[in-house]
Ligand binder design. Structure first.
Ligand code: ZN
Length: 183
């Protein structure tokens, strides 16, 4: 529907699924798996991206460089506060790399005072999942939609995205019958 929402049915009625947050939930769960259970999937960029960090971002970068490499980033410190990104996790479109980096480093900077590794991991995984997920207003094949629903249902929390937004709106048979004055 409107190249943004998947319409599906099950025994209880009808489901409307937001394709972006559904994919986000699937990827978030994948990124949050323990490093030992997760296969490191990385793709080389044709041209390494170089980013000039602010002083605050540079401090944040030192804190999480190793963590980012665990997700499949290939990183290299150049001179001063310049960083080269040579490879990125496979799901991530190259066009999103720059924004994602700024977003993650700024989050780390904000959280630095109450530095807790577990929330940091969640935040990195959530940012990564958001940037790598399909967008709304993006046409999906039937196969991709089917894949999305199947995978979504096996995630830790199919009905909410990592930021707490709903993934699925439900219309039960009762709601539908009531709407048609059949009950
Ligand atoms: Zn998102």
């Amino acid at each position: 529907m409107h190249e943004s929402f998947i319409i599906a049915v099950d025994d209880e009625g009808m489901l409307l699924i937001d394709q972006h947050v559904a994919h986000e939930r699937i990827l978030f769960d994948k990124y949050r798996k323990k490093e030992t259970e997760r296969k490191l999937e990385s793709q080389n960029l044709l041209l390494p991206e170089t980013i000039d960090l602010t002083p605050a971002q540079s401090i944040a970068f030192d804190l999480i460089e190793e963590e980012l490499e665990n997700y499949g980033f290939g990183l290299m410190r150049l001179s001063g506060r310049t960083v080269a990104i040579k490879s990125v996790p496979t799901d991530l479109p190259a066009s999103e790399v720059r924004n994602l980096f700024a977003e993650i480093l700024d989050t780390v900077d904000k959280e630095k005072r109450g530095f807790a590794k577990e929330t940091l991991r969640d935040d990195i995984a959530a940012s990564l999942a958001c940037k790598a997920a399909v967008k709304i207003n993006m046409k999906l094949t039937t196969e991709k939609m089917q894949w999305m629903i199947d995978r979504l249902l096996t995630t830790s929390s199919p009905t909410t995205c990592p930021h707490g937004r709903p993934v699925i709106l439900r219309l039960t048979m009762k709601d539908i019958e009531r709407g048609f004055h059949r009950s």
